[in-house]
Design a protein around this ligand. Sequence first.
Ligand SMILES: [Zn+2]
Length: 295
Amino acid sequence: MDLDVRWNHGAPPFRRSTDPLIQTHWIDASTIVLRQSMAINYEAPFLYLMFGEARALLLDTGATSDPASFPLRELVDRLCNEWLAQHPHDDYELVVAHSHSHGDHIAADGQFADRPRTVLVGHAPSDVAEFFGLIDWPAGEAHFELGERRLAVLAIPGHEASSIAIWDPTTELLFTGDTVYPGRLYVHDIAAFQDSVARLLTFSKLHPVSRVMGAHIEMSNRPGRDYARSVAYHPHEAPLPMTVDQLRAVVTATRTVATRPGAHRFDDFAIFNGPCESEMARQELRARIRRLWPF
Ligand SMILES: [Zn+2]
């Protein structure tokens, strides 16, 4: 499994980005990480594509205000064809699901609406619960069979109501969307979030978890230092993969800030408990300064 990669990280203000629109990295022969260019959208989310013997799963469709010039469908079709050339299958399916339904994770859904043998999972918690069979949402876990690759699916509301995590037994990766990643963990519902991250940690004690893979990077490689929101240049990002120890740190940190709304910084992430208006204004100011004085 190859997780050592230098990701698309944007370009300084007043310079043109030379990043590919979507960076493609094969972790192994059947698992791909995609990262959008920051030139498309500063959120530069990570998307995941994994192949099983019966179907493939695309987790998230990215962030763009202009889906027509965002070549995700074309790329996914090419990657599916590439995999199918090595692993011939008839009537191979694609399922397009989401880590959660915020706009920066669903933007290119429309590109898959008319794709043959493709299922597009809906955005509401009830759609997600029904599709995966999470009957006690958010409690419990469901399984989703890709074909000799039986994923576990957990509902993890708190950042957003329809958030899910996916664990893949092949790579032992735990995909956590915007709930756990090296960045600003925006918490909409702290009680739900606290419960969700605790359940992720419990899950990781019961199953082998090699790394925790989120959907963004907003921390630099200096402890406690994030890139200002909306800045499309991250020259020295923290690594994307997080460890179970870092997940445990998120659980502990969440407990300590649960009764204190506002922004709280830790070495490898920050927790934004609630709307955080004054901190968001500070972020905007930092971003403006960074755009005028990039170095
Ligand atoms: Zn996001």
